[in-house]
Design a protein around this ligand. Structure first.
Ligand SMILES: *Cc1c(COP(=O)(O)O)cnc(C)c1O
Length: 423
């Protein structure tokens, strides 16, 4: 069930007076509550291993959000120079930062290394690439990303691991650790990511079982003791009404059972357990607020809004469902069938297709739910659309702008306009 929007229509109108639609609103109390629920589920005595969540920065790359998460004890997972810089700005460095990318440029290896981040390598050839990028130095902590290939099926969203560009094969994994050890690494991690938006806790426990088993095999065959495993991201959220959210205690119990069976009492115990969830942490606590501005009746009834696919891409590219409410009409009967659309010159620019909704009037405020992860972050400037503002609802009920809307000056800043008149 999507979380209800935290403001009334009147409160939202007041916010929109100062911050015109479209904008994103994130709820700090709600994000903090999610963080605390995660930390509680994955702490002793219920959970047998040291635990840390590394928030996937790409889901919501705003340093104010990262600072909230850091204060809740979370780390961050990055895969670009910009994401590393956002971590630095938010006060995250050292082993609170993981760097997971794949075709990583040398410059990014260097930036991650100088921030002290844990480097998570995507290929065995990257051992040498990293050493060369660092002028012969090698980090003392190193992690490798495992791709199980045919040994495991991913879920429907992430697809078949054999077709995924990420990670090392099992044979390469068994060569990579001794190689890294020979170059001076002394602390080792094992990473994988095989599911996306997965609401079945058994999948996540099965992934843990897979990495625990592999950690044992690495120790047996190479003598390298992995000291942490990272189960990746992909914890699902209920985008549609009527679906229950993940029960974190069931999830933690499933992983704990795998730990007790495979790790407890072995030389690998204690084995730190990491996750890098993005969507689960902030997704339900963010909403895209937009205003109905046009109506059109042709072969279908269309409601045109002032946001577009450039503000929220998931429905357009994945056909993803995002729940939609009309502020002030939450309890009104859904007597109409609409396509809710933006103004982009792309026919997939639709937030809802043939959706049952209450009658919508021009000027109504519409809330698109569960956009706090992979929402603003995936936005773009096609058709010259300007990126919208991000607002934070603080615990005291005040609204803090954490990103201003883009202007035409921002959009054109990289054009050498001074040379245009003489061109
Ligand atoms: C995208 C990504 C995540 C986060 O995925 P969510 O679905 O937001 O949990 C975590 N790790 C890696 C390596 C990713 O690419």
């Amino acid at each position: 069930m999507p979380l209800p929007f935290p403001l009334t229509r009147e409160q939202t109108e007041a916010v929109a007076q100062r911050h015109p639609t479209p904008f994103h609103l994130y709820s700090e109390p709600s994000i903090r509550a999610t963080c605390r629920a995660i930390s509680a589920a994955f702490s002793a005595p219920a959970f047998p291993a040291p635990y840390r969540e590394f928030f996937a920065v790409k889901a919501l790359p705003n340093p104010f959000i990262l600072k909230i998460l850091a204060a809740e004890g979370f780390g961050a997972d990055c895969s670009s120079l910009a994401e590393l810089e956002l971590c630095r700005l938010a006060g995250l460095s050292g082993d609170r930062v993981m760097f997971t990318s794949n075709e990583t440029p040398d410059e990014e290896f260097r930036a991650a290394f100088s921030l002290g981040a844990i480097l998570n390598l995507d290929d065995i050839s990257h051992v040498e690439a990293l050493r060369s990028a660092l002028d012969g130095r090698f980090p003392s902590t190193i992690c490798f990303r495992y791709n199980p290939g045919p040994a495991r099926t991913g879920n429907a969203i992430i697809g078949n691991p054999t077709e995924a560009k990420y990670g090392l094969t099992r044979d390469q994994i068994l060569q990579a650790y001794p190689l890294a050890r020979s170059l001076g690494a002394t602390r080792f991690g094992l990473h994988t990511m095989v599911v996306s938006n997965e609401l079945n806790p058994d999948y996540h426990a099965e992934t843990a079982r897979m990495v625990f088993t592999l950690a044992r095999e690495i120790l047996d065959k190479t003598g390298v003791r992995v000291s942490f495993v990272n189960n990746g991201g992909g914890l699902g959220i209920p985008y549609k009404p009527g679906i229950a959210p993940m029960d974190l205690s069931v999830l933690a119990r499933g992983i704990a059972a795998a730990y007790d069976e495979l790790i407890k009492g072995t030389p690998l115990d204690p084995l730190e357990f990491y996750t890098e969830w993005g969507r689960f942490v902030t997704g339900p606590s963010g909403w895209l607020v937009t205003r109905a501005i046009r109506h059109k009746n042709t072969y279908r009834d269309y409601v045109g809004v002032d946001a577009s696919m450039a503000d929220l891409m998931r429905p357009g590219i994945y056909g993803a469902y995002h729940h939609l409410t009309v502020l002030g009409k939450e309890d009104a009967p859904a007597t109409e069938t609409y396509d809710v659309v933006g103004s982009l010159c792309e026919n997939c620019d639709k937030f809802a297709v043939q959706r049952s909704l209450p009658p919508i009037s021009d000027g109504d405020l519409l809330v698109i739910h569960d956009t706090g992860a992979h929402g603003h972050a995936m936005g773009y400037n096609y058709n010259g659309k300007l990126r919208h503002a991000e607002l934070l609802l603080r615990p005291d009920g005040t609204i803090l702008p954490i990103r201003r809307p883009e202007t035409l000056t921002d959009l054109f800043a990289t054009l050498p306009l001074d040379r245009l008149s003489s061109f």
